[in-house]
Design a binder for this molecule. Structure first.
Ligand code: SF4
Length: 272
C-alpha cells in the first residue's frame, strides 16, 4: 500500500490525469519546479537554517540570514526553471524572497518561541491496523510554555491570502495535529499556524477532536476513491499553466501521446 501525503491527495483532487502521470505512470518531467516552487524551497531552507542556528544558541543576524538566502538561491537554481508569468523576471522573484526574509526576521526576532523541531517527519495512521498512512513534514513544531499547547507552523509563499473558511478546513496541518496528539497525548491542545510571507501575516486555526475524527474518515474515503478509480480524466483549470505534463495533455494537445515513452519525449521536447 503506498504511503500517501497531502500533496499526493491534492494532486488527485486537482486533476486525476496529472495524478496518473505522476504517481501511477511515474513519468518524471524534465522540469520539476517552477520559479514559484524555487522561491518557496529557498525561503523554507533559510527559515529552517535560522531556527537550527537558534537551537544552537546562535541567533544569526539579518545580514547573515540574507547572505544565506543568496547562497541557497544560487545553489538551488536550475537554468531549466521556467517563469510562467510574463510580467515578472527572475530578479523580481529573487527580491520577493529578500523581502520575505527581512519582514519575517523583523517580526519574529529573537525567535524565542521554544521551537522543538524543524522539518520533523510525521506519520499518521488512518486505520487501526496501520495499512493506510499519511506522511508529512512539519516546517516547525513549537511548544508554547505560556499557553501550554503545541503549535504546528507552516510557511506559505503564495501570492494570495486564504479565505477564513479555507483556513478552517485546511487538511494538511490538521492531519499533522493528529500526529502530534498521537505522539504527545490525545488531551494536548494543538494550534495550527500559517505564516503568509508575502503579507507578513500569521493566520491561526484550531480543530476539535470531532473535526479531527471526521478528517481522518474523509481522508480514508478519499484514498479509497483514488484506489478504485479506473478513469483518470483531465481537469482544466488555471493550474494547467504550471502543470509539467501540459504539452502531453489531451486538453492541450490535439494529437496527444499515449505511451509512457511518447509522453516523456513530448514533455521533454516542448515547453509549456
Ligand atoms: S494540463 Fe491541466 S488538465 Fe492536463 S494533466 Fe495538467 S493539470 Fe490536468
Amino acid at each position: 500500500m503506498p504511503i500517501y501525503s497531502h500533496s499526493r491527495l491534492s494532486t488527485f483532487e486537482q486533476c486525476a490525469l496529472k495524478f496518473k502521470y505522476k504517481y501511477i505512470d511515474k513519468i518524471i518531467p524534465p522540469l520539476e519546479k517552477s520559479i514559484e516552487i524555487h522561491l518557496g524551497k529557498v525561503s523554507h531552507e533559510v527559515l529552517e537554517w535560522l531556527y537550527i542556528e537558534v537551537k544552537k544558541n546562535n541567533i544569526p543576524s539579518l545580514d547573515e540570514a540574507l547572505l544565506y538566502y543568496r547562497k541557497k538561491w544560487d545553489e538551488m537554481w536550475d537554468p531549466k526553471i521556467v517563469i510562467v508569468r510574463k510580467d515578472l523576471t527572475r530578479e523580481d522573484y529573487y527580491n520577493k524572497g529578500i523581502k520575505f526574509i527581512i519582514d519575517y526576521y523583523m517580526k519574529n526576532a529573537p525567535f524565542d518561541e521554544n521551537t522543538l523541531s524543524v522539518e520533523e517527519k510525521i506519520m499518521i495512521n488512518l486505520d487501526d491496523v496501520g495499512q493506510y498512512k499519511i506522511q508529512g513534514f512539519i516546517d516547525r513544531l513549537v511548544y508554547n510554555l505560556k499557553t501550554e499547547e503545541y503549535e504546528v507552523h507552516d510557511y506559505k509563499t503564495a501570492n494570495n491570502l486564504p479565505l477564513p473558511e479555507k483556513v478552517d478546513n485546511d487538511r494538511q496541518l490538521a492531519l499533522y495535529s493528529i500526529a502530534i496528539k498521537e505522539k504527545y497525548g490525545q488531551d494536548k491542545k494543538v494550534l495550527l499556524v500559517w505564516h503568509y510571507l508575502a503579507y507578513n501575516r500569521k493566520i491561526q486555526s484550531r480543530r476539535t477532536d470531532e473535526q479531527l475524527k471526521k478528517l481522518k474518515e474523509d481522508t480514508f474515503k478519499l484514498i479509497k476513491k483514488i484506489e478504485s478509480t479506473t478513469e483518470f480524466n483531465p481537469n482544466k483549470s488555471t493550474l494547467c499553466n504550471w502543470c509539467e505534463y501540459k504539452s502531453a495533455c489531451p486538453l492541450w494537445n490535439d494529437n496527444p501521446p499515449t505511451t509512457k515513452e511518447e509522453i516523456e519525449k513530448t514533455i521533454s521536447e516542448k515547453k509549456n
